[in-house]
Write a protein that binds this ligand. Structure first.
Ligand SMILES: O=C(O)CCC(=O)C(=O)O
Ligand SMILES: [Fe+2]
Length: 436
């Protein structure tokens, strides 16, 4: 190779590290499909940059963006192809349909960044329809393909095959293929979860329940007597409260800034290991108290409000989490449900309570949903959500199954302080009654 070619190659390889890789494209495609499913969005709208929920013939705007960012034909093709390559024709078909329709509309206007073409999209869509059992659609798309590439032998053979199939069983012409959405194995509670996400955290009947109230919390603490915190009781069993303005804007910003350089793909406990999984998509970082004195102040405030000991090892370091668009955390428990969980490595028992601070707002989506308790909480910037994960008996409270809904628009930040059982013996006395 000549010197200048070597230099070009080296230069490109250096740049390449910062360019999106296939993993990024695949992640973005999966995120779009997730948003499509969870919020019941139509693909045509998504491709135009609008967020419309379609139920039957009713169309509701879930979010109205100020500016429209639309996807190109090739973008839609790439999303469809990710689904296609996974054998997921349920998602591949609408995305490839959109790609075909956009490519048809701009035929002849080739863009340098396009990897796919009308022919590619027709080819994939035809095969996806065939796989889904819709031979007549497969046939007409294959014929259209041959108009553009009449010499393609493979496609000519497909056309013959589809014609033969249809001649043998003409019912196929009208057979509307119904393709099932691929089942997500982690989600037995999928419909409830998605319903709670779709409300975007609104709680229409909240004010009608007198046992749910708002108050200024002082908790007999000198700290809080001087500056009480507005507390909103959201739910009784499990007990979930929201503390408004728990942090200030500048504190929230500071915590995000401290975590930012350390963010890494989030993991979950799986057996004795910690692994990245599709059901938790976010980045996170752990912040020790020694990183900044402000974190110590924050601990004092959490201790004052909850009455619990949050000094290590009775609580974990602060976990800061950042979700991008499509980021989510499907239904899970914060406490360990297996005795081999890595959570027990701290030797301070299970996670008795969660104190989660919303460090940002989001434009749409991202609510925290409690599945069995059947309510969701919208992201309220600077507020903190508190709940008990364990009954007083030490038994996990299965009604605390909860999730972080996918972010539809915006950038969501939260911080978790997980408080453990040990150290709280006189602060939250135990009881043998399973209800407490
Ligand atoms: O992001 C949320 O709303 C919930 C997060 C959560 O449940 C967790 O990090 O364990
Ligand atoms: Fe959680």
């Amino acid at each position: 190779m000549k010197d200048n070619e070597v230099a070009l190659k080296d230069g490109y390889e250096k740049e390449e590290q910062d360019l999106p890789a296939f993993e990024d494209l695949e992640g973005a495609a999966r995120a779009l499909m997730r948003l499509q499913d969870v919020y019941m969005l139509n693909v045509k709208g998504l491709a135009r940059g609008v967020f419309q929920r379609v139920t039957g013939s009713a169309v509701t705007d879930l979010y109205s963006p100020r500016r429209l960012f639309s996807l190109t034909a090739d973008d839609c093709f790439q999303v469809g192809k990710v689904a296609y390559d996974m054998g997921d024709y349920y998602h591949a078909i609408p995305w490839l349909e959109e790609a075909v329709s956009l490519f048809r509309g701009s035929y002849g206007e080739w863009k340098t960044e396009d990897e796919g073409s009308l022919e590619d999209a027709l080819d994939h869509l035809a095969f996806a329809y065939f796989q889904a059992g819709n031979v007549s659609c497969a046939l007409s798309l294959s014929r259209e393909f041959l108009l553009y590439s009449p010499d393609n032998k493979r496609m000519a053979r497909n056309v013959l095959k589809y014609e033969k199939l249809l001649a043998e069983s003409p019912n196929q012409v009208v057979a509307e293929a119904v393709i099932q959405r691929p089942n997500v194995p982690h989600l037995q509670t999928r419909d409830t979860y998605e319903g709670l996400c779709q409300t975007l955290g609104s709680q229409p009947t909240h004010y009608q329940i007198p046992s749910l109230y708002c108050s200024y919390e002082t908790n007999s603490s000198p700290f809080l007597l001087l500056q009480p915190v507005r507390k909103e009781v959201i739910h009784l069993e499990p007990y979930v409260v929201l503390y408004h303005d728990f942090v200030s804007d500048s504190e929230a910003q500071k915590i995000r800034g401290l975590a930012e350089p350390w963010l890494q793909r989030s993991v979950v406990a799986s057996g004795e290991k910690q692994l990245p999984v599709e059901y938790r998509i976010s980045k996170s970082a752990w912040l020790k108290d020694t990183v900044d004195p402000m974190l110590v102040t924050l601990d004092h405030r959490i201790a004052a409000l909850t009455g619990l000991d949050v000094q290590p090892p009775y609580a974990e370091y602060l976990q800061v989490v950042n979700y991008g668009i499509g980021g989510h955390y499907e239904p899970h428990f914060d406490h360990a449900t297996s005795p081999t969980s890595p959570l027990y490595r701290m030797k301070s028992g299970n996670r008795v309570a969660t104190f989660m601070i919303y460090l940002s707002s989001v434009e749409a989506g991202g609510a925290t949903a409690f599945i069995y308790a059947n309510f969701s909480v919208p992201v309220v910037k600077n507020a903190a959500l508190f709940w008990w994960n364990l009954h007083r008996s030490g038994e996990g409270d299965s009604d605390t199954l909860h999730a972080g809904c996918p972010v539809l628009v915006g950038d969501k930040w939260v911080a978790n302080k997980w408080i453990h059982e040990y150290g709280q013996e006189f602060r939250r006395p135990c009881s043998s009654s399973p209800e407490d």
